[in-house]
Ligand binder design. Structure first.
Ligand code: 6PG
Length: 476
C-alpha cells in the first residue's frame, strides 16, 4: 500500500511532523540522509501509526501515491536546494514538493519557478510552534499553487492546531507567500519578546521585586488582554530557579540574545518595501546591541550616569501603566507587521487575506494569543483596513492606555532605563497620527542641496527653488 505523504529530513522537526501525520491516520513515507535516524524513529514511535521507511531516496519516492506529496524538513539554505536537486529527477508531473523549513521567501519564489518548469508543484510552507507544535498541531502557512492546496490542504488542516474547531492553516498565496508570512510572524515574535523583556526590566527596576514576584504579575496579566503563549512562558521562566545555584534562573543567563535571521529578513524586506516596522526593527537591533560585547564594555566604562533606579510611589498604578504600555506597543508592532504583509501582497501579487492570517496564528504558533481574534474581527469589519491601529477597537484600546504609555516612556527616559521598543512604538503612534510632519523640512533640505524637488500643499505639481541663485521657484 502506498503512502499518502512523505517526509525527508528526520531531525526533531521532521520527525515530529511525520509522527503528527501518522497520528492523524495518514500512511507516512520516511526518509533521512542517514538511515539510522529513520530506524530510531520507527523503533521509538513506530507504533503510533502507519510508517513506510526507505533507505534510498528512490525507494522513498516509489513508496508514495501519486500525485506525490513530499515534505522536506531540513535546515533552510543550500541543504534545501541539494535535496530538491536529488528529488526532481525522480518525480513525475503534478507531484508536490513541500519545503517546511524557515526558508527565505525569495528562495521559495526561485524554487517554485524552477519546479514549475518540470510541471511540479512547489509549496513553501511556514510552520510555527517549535517541536511541540510540529507534533501536536502547529500553525501552518502554505504558499504555492491553488491546485497544490486542493490536494495537500485537507491533510495540513487536519494536522494543524485548531482553535474553536477552526484549523490554524489556510492557503496563503502563490509562490513565496507562505514563507513570507512566516517571516513576518517571526518578526512579530521578536517584537513581542522584546516588549515583554522591556516590561520585565521596568517592573524589576521600578518595584525592586524578585523574579518570583514578577512571575506572579505576568501570570495575572495572562488572564487579561495580554493572554498569550509568550506571556505564559515568561511567567514560567521567571518562576524557575536554577538548580545548581539556587538563584532565579533568569539571573544566571548571559544577557546576550542570539538570532538565526528571520527577524533580520523581516526588517530588510520592510526597508525594501518602505514600510515602517519600527517595533520589529528595534527588537532585532536590540538583540545585536546585547551581543555587542566590546562596545558594551567600552560604554560601561565611559558613559556615566546613575544606574537605573525608579522610585515608584504607587505600585499598582505603576504595574498598570507598564501593562498598558506593553499592550499599546504590542498593538503597534502587530499593526506594522500587517502593514508589511499588505504591502508585500500588493508588490508580489499574493492577495493575502490578513484576517485569515490572524486566524491561523490564534493557535499552534509562538505568537498565539487571545488578541488575534480581535485582529481577525477588525479585518472582517473592513478587509481593506489601511491601518490596524486605526480600527475602532484597537484605536480605543490604545487611546485609553496612552497616558500610561507616556508616563512609562517618559519615566524610563528620566530614570535611564532603556526601552527601545516601547519608546519607538509610542513615537510611531504620535508620528502616524500627526496632522503635519517635519518631513516638509526634509523635503526642503533635499531640494536645497540636490535639486530633488518638492510638492506644495496649495497646488498640484512638482517644484524646485533656485537656492543658489535668486531663490525663484520653477515648476518641473
Ligand atoms: C516558530 C519559531 C521558530 C524558531 C525561530 C527562532 O515560529 O516556531 O519562530 O521558527 O524558534 O526561528 O528564531 P531566532 O533563533 O532567530 O530567535
Amino acid at each position: 500500500e502506498l503512502a499518502q505523504i512523505g517526509v525527508t529530513g528526520l531531525a526533531v522537526m521532521g520527525r515530529n511532523l511525520a509522527r503528527n501525520f501518522a497520528r492523524n491516520g495518514y500512511r507516512v513515507a520516511l526518509h533521512n540522509r542517514t538511515y539510522a535516524r529513520t530506524e530510531s524513529l520507527i523503533a521509538e514511535h513506530g507504533s503510533e501509526g502507519d510508517f513506510v521507511a526507505s533507505e534510498s531516496l528512490e525507494d522513498f519516492v516509489a513508496s508514495l501515491e501519486r500525485p506525490r506529496r513530499i515534505v522536506i524538513m531540513v535546515q533552510a539554505g543550500p541543504g534545501t536546494d541539494a535535496v530538491i536537486d536529488q528529488l526532481v529527477p525522480l518525480l513525475e508531473p503534478d507531484d508536490i514538493v513541500i519545503d517546511a523549513g524557515n526558508s527565505h521567501f525569495p528562495d521559495t519564489i526561485r524554487r517554485e519557478k524552477a519546479l514549475a518548469e518540470h510541471d511540479l508543484h512547489f509549496v513553501g510552507m511556514g510552520v510555527s510552534g517549535g517541536e511541540e507544535g510540529a507534533l501536536n498541531g502547529p500553525s501552518i502557512m502554505p504558499g504555492g499553487s491553488p491546485k497544490s492546496y486542493e490536494s495537500l490542504g485537507p491533510m495540513l488542516e487536519k494536522i494543524s492546531a485548531h482553535v474553536d474547531g477552526v484549523p490554524c492553516c489556510t492557503y496563503v498565496g502563490s509562490d513565496g507567500a507562505g514563507h513570507f508570512v512566516k517571516m513576518v510572524h517571526n518578526g512579530i515574535e521578536y517584537a513581542d519578546m522584546q516588549l515583554i523583556a522591556e516590561a520585565y526590566d521596568l517592573l524589576r527596576i521600578g518595584l525592586g521585586a524578585s523574579a518570583g514576584e514578577l512571575a506572579e504579575i505576568f501570570k495575572e496579566w495572562n488572564s487579561g488582554d495580554l493572554e498569550s503563549f509568550l506571556i505564559e512562558i515568561t511567567a514560567e521562566v521567571l518562576g524557575h530557579v536554577d538548580a545548581e545555584t539556587g538563584k532565579p534562573f533568569v539571573d544566571i543567563i548571559l544577557d546576550r540574545a542570539e538570532q538565526k535571521g528571520t527577524g533580520r529578513w523581516t526588517v530588510q524586506n520592510a526597508l525594501d518595501l518602505g514600510v515602517p516596522i519600527t517595533g520589529i526593527a528595534e527588537a532585532t537591533f536590540e538583540r545585536s546591541l546585547s551581543a555587542s560585547t566590546p562596545q558594551r564594555e567600552a560604554a560601561r566604562q565611559k558613559l556615566e550616569g546613575k544606574a537605573a533606579t525608579w522610585e515608584v510611589t504607587d505600585r499598582d498604578e505603576f504595574i498598570n501603566d507598564v501593562r498598558q504600555a506593553l499592550y499599546a506597543s504590542k498593538v503597534v508592532a502587530y499593526s506594522q507587521g500587517f502593514d508589511q504583509i499588505a504591502a508585500a501582497s500588493k508588490e508580489y501579487g499574493w492577495d493575502i487575506d490578513r484576517g485569515a492570517m490572524a486566524r491561523i496564528w490564534r493557535g499552534g504558533c509562538i505568537i498565539r494569543a487571545r488578541f488575534l481574534n480581535r485582529i481577525t474581527e477588525a479585518y472582517e469589519r473592513d478587509p481593506e483596513l489601511p491601518l490596524l491601529l486605526a480600527d475602532d477597537y484597537f484605536a480605543d484600546a490604545v487611546n485609553s492606555g496612552v497616558e500610561s504609555w507616556r508616563r512609562i516612556v517618559a519615566g524610563a527616559a528620566t530614570n535611564g532605563v532603556s526601552v527601545p521598543a516601547f519608546s519607538s512604538s509610542l513615537s510611531y503612534y504620535d508620528g502616524i497620527r500627526a496632522e503635519r510632519l517635519p518631513a516638509a523640512l526634509v523635503q526642503a533640505q533635499r531640494d536645497f542641496f540636490g535639486a530633488h524637488t518638492y510638492r506644495r500643499v496649495d497646488k498640484e505639481g512638482t517644484f524646485h527653488t533656485e537656492w543658489s541663485r535668486d531663490r525663484s521657484e520653477t515648476q518641473q
